[in-house]
Write a protein that binds this ligand. Sequence first.
Ligand code: AMP
Length: 279
Amino acid sequence: MYVFHRADAMRHYLAPRRSSLGFVPTMGALHEGHLQLVRHALQECELVVCSIFVNPTQFNDPDDLRKYPRTPDQDIAMLARAGCHLVFMPAVEEVYPPAWQMPVALQLGLLDQVMEGKFRPGHFKGVAEVVYRLLELVEPQRLYMGQKDFQQTVIVQAMLQQTNLPVALRVADTVREDDGLAMSSRNRRLSPEQRQAAPYLYRALLEARRLYPELPVSEIQARAMALMQRAGLCPEYFDIVDGRTLQPVVNGAKYDYVVACAAAWAGEVRLIDNVTLRR
Ligand code: AMP
């Protein structure tokens, strides 16, 4: 496995090998969820590139950026064991040279005004830009991302359409711990007590799946928020949305693709998760 820090060196290496390229962008502190994306890519592509880049422009909270876990040596060892071919670990200046800018002004409409977008202003603009920029450097045919960050996948799909990049987005299922907690790099910051409370985010989502569409959406939301609060979590939102527009579902019967999405704090660690209620 090759590790590149410089974009030009990586691009020089990739130039004759571009015919079947899969790309997995990450922010490192890797876990089984990331490795599943790599394995998925290995099944479909001859060459798999994984990037590790903690993108400063998508952090609305400087403290979150400072405390974001960084385990580069461990990450490289895990990727090598998984069979990844190339790791790209650029510095900030490599990704954002002074004159760089997005070629089109993205029109995300209401997609980034709800849920994560509402609580993390500017976050998705940063995500869409960094994914675009990394795709520009790597030039893969396929891009692999996780359902865990559902809203992110919808926004990246919109970005791909608006920029006309010839890249197919593949979305892989959320990988969970045995008790249901979605794997996340931030989980390693949980205290033992917070770790006990954390799976209640998923339990609240499963409860919504059990109750939908029999109960009104507002009633399901109230029950889910109460369940998380009783477990010691501080829920931020619990939304039941149209899986395409991300707008709230009002009358359940009218929609054919419905996703419940939630965010909650366990102490200082912010957790997000989602389950599909109907598809
Ligand atoms: P991150 O390093 O958190 O930016 O995540 C990099 C990619 O891994 C994103 O596409 C995430 O959606 C995906 N990912 C993170 N956690 C999981 C998980 N538990 N299951 C599946 N995919 C995940």
